[in-house]
Design a protein around this ligand. Structure first.
Ligand SMILES: C[S@@+](CC[C@H](N)C(=O)[O-])C[C@H]1O[C@@H](n2cnc3c(N)ncnc32)[C@H](O)[C@@H]1O
Length: 343
C-alpha cells in the first residue's frame, strides 16, 4: 500500500486527496444505507435521554448487538447519535430527528429513501445514465407511482416523508409569500394537504382545493372541511379546479419536459387570466459546488425520469405553457417560489 493509500484508508477524510475522494464516494453508500436501516428499526425511538449500550438497544429493536453497535459507530462518526465515554450511545441533534415523536421528525424521510422502490431502482441506475430514462421501469414495470398503488404501506411512508421534508419549507413559504389576497387556492399534487392547510390557517378568508390521486385523497379524507375541498383525479387526464392561485410544490421536478408541459397546460386551461401559479422547487444554482438540488436531480432522473431545473429552464417551460414568470423568491428554507402569471 502506498503512503497515499494507507493515509486515506486509515484517515477516511474526504478532502483534496484524490484517492480518499474516490474511496469515500465509491463506498460511502453504506452510510445512508445504515441510516435507512436504523430509521426502519426505530432505534432512535428506543433511546431516550439516558444513553444505552448497543446490546440494550439491539434487544429493544430486535437486532444483533454487535452489528447494531458497528452501524451506530459509523453513524455517530457522522453526527447521527453520539458515542459516550463509556461506549454507550446517546442522542445527537440529528438522531433526535429520527424519533417518531419529534415535532420535526425526519424518520419517515429516512425510511422513504430505504424503500424497496428507491433502493432497488438505484441498483439499475446505469440504465438511466445510458438512456436518460427512469430505471424504475426496469425493476418495477408498474412505475414509481404505480408501485405505491400496489404497496399501500410504502405509499403511506412516502406521504409521511413529504410531510416531514416540508416542515421547514412550509414555515419559510408562509413567511415569504402573502396568500391573503386569494379567494381560492388549488394545491395540485399536494400530498396530504400539509402545505395547503398551513396556508389556509395563515389566510383565513381563503378556500382551498387539494387535487391528488384517488389513493392519496382517500388517506387525506379527515382534513376535508367547509374551506378545504378534496378533489381526486389525475392531472394528465382530469380537469383541474378553477382557482386564483395554484401551488405546484415539488411536482414539476418529478417529470420530463413534455409531461411537465402537459401539467402546466392543464393548470393554464383551468386558470382564469391573471391567476398565479407558484412553482415551489429547489432551483439548481449556477455554481459548481455541492448542493442538495444536484443530489435530488439524480433521484429524479433515476426514479422518475424527471429533473431539478435552473431558473431559466423553468422560465422557458412556463412561457411555453402560457405563463409569465414574475418573480423568484428565496424562502431561506432551502426552497424557492417561482411566481408566474397566467397570460
Ligand atoms: C413529490 S410529491 C409532492 C407532494 C407535495 N406537493 C409536497 O411537496 O410535499 C408528488 C405528488 O404528486 C402526486 N401525483 C403523482 N402523479 C399524479 C397525477 N397523475 N395526478 C395527480 N397527482 C399526482 C403524488 O401522489 C405525490 O403526492
Amino acid at each position: 500500500m502506498t503512503d497515499v493509500q494507507s493515509e486515506s484508508a486509515t484517515g477516511m477524510a474526504a478532502g483534496p486527496n484524490p484517492f480518499a475522494t474516490v474511496l469515500q464516494v465509491s463506498g460511502g453508500y453504506c452510510l445512508p444505507r445504515s441510516l435507512h436501516v436504523v430509521a426502519e428499526l426505530g432505534v432512535a425511538d428506543a433511546l431516550d435521554e439516558t444513553p444505552r449500550t448497543a446490546a440494550e438497544l439491539a434487544t429493544s429493536v430486535g437486532a444483533d448487538p454487535g452489528a447494531l453497535g458497528r452501524v451506530l459507530r459509523l453513524l455517530a462518526a457522522h453526527g447521527v447519535f453520539e458515542v459516550q465515554g463509556d461506549g454507550k450511545f446517546g442522542h445527537s441533534p440529528a438522531s433526535r430527528l429520527l424519533r417518531t415523536d419529534h415535532p420535526q421528525s425526519m424518520r419517515a424521510f429516512a425510511r422513504m429513501f430505504g424503500l424497496q422502490v428507491f433502493w432497488e431502482t438505484f441498483g439499475a441506475m446505469e440504465h438511466s445514465v445510458r438512456s436518460g430514462l427512469p430505471a424504475t421501469a426496469e425493476v418495477f414495470p408498474e412505475g414509481f407511482w404505480g408501485y405505491f398503488e400496489r404497496h399501500p404501506e410504502a405509499g403511506r411512508v412516502f406521504n409521511e416523508a413529504m410531510v416531514a421534508k416540508s416542515r421547514g419549507a412550509v414555515a419559510g413559504i408562509l413567511a415569504s409569500y402573502d396568500f391573503s389576497g386569494f379567494e381560492r387556492i388549488g394545491d395540485i399534487g399536494g400530498g396530504s394537504g400539509h402545505l395547503l392547510r398551513a396556508i389556509l390557517d395563515a389566510a383565513p378568508d381563503a378556500r382551498g382545493v387539494l387535487f391528488e390521486l384517488p389513493r392519496v385523497i382517500e388517506g387525506a379524507a379527515g382534513i376535508a372541511s367547509e374551506r378545504l375541498t378534496l378533489q381526486a383525479g389525475d392531472f394528465f387526464r382530469d380537469d383541474l379546479p378553477e382557482c386564483e392561485a395554484y401551488i405546484l410544490m415539488e411536482i414539476i421536478h418529478d417529470w420530463p419536459d413534455e409531461e411537465s408541459f402537459a401539467i402546466l397546460r392543464a393548470v393554464r386551461r383551468a386558470a382564469p387570466a391573471g391567476a398565479r401559479v407558484l412553482i415551489i422547487e429547489q432551483i439548481v444554482p449556477d455554481g459548481p459546488g455541492p448542493d442538495w438540488s444536484k443530489m435530488l436531480d439524480i433521484h429524479m432522473l433515476t426514479l422518475l425520469g424527471g429533473r431539478q431545473r435552473t431558473r431559466q429552464e423553468y422560465e422557458e417551460l412556463l412561457a411555453r405553457s402560457g405563463f409569465a414568470l414574475r418573480q423568484e423568491i428565496d424562502t431561506r428554507a432551502g426552497i424557492s417560489i417561482l411566481e408566474a402569471e397566467a397570460i
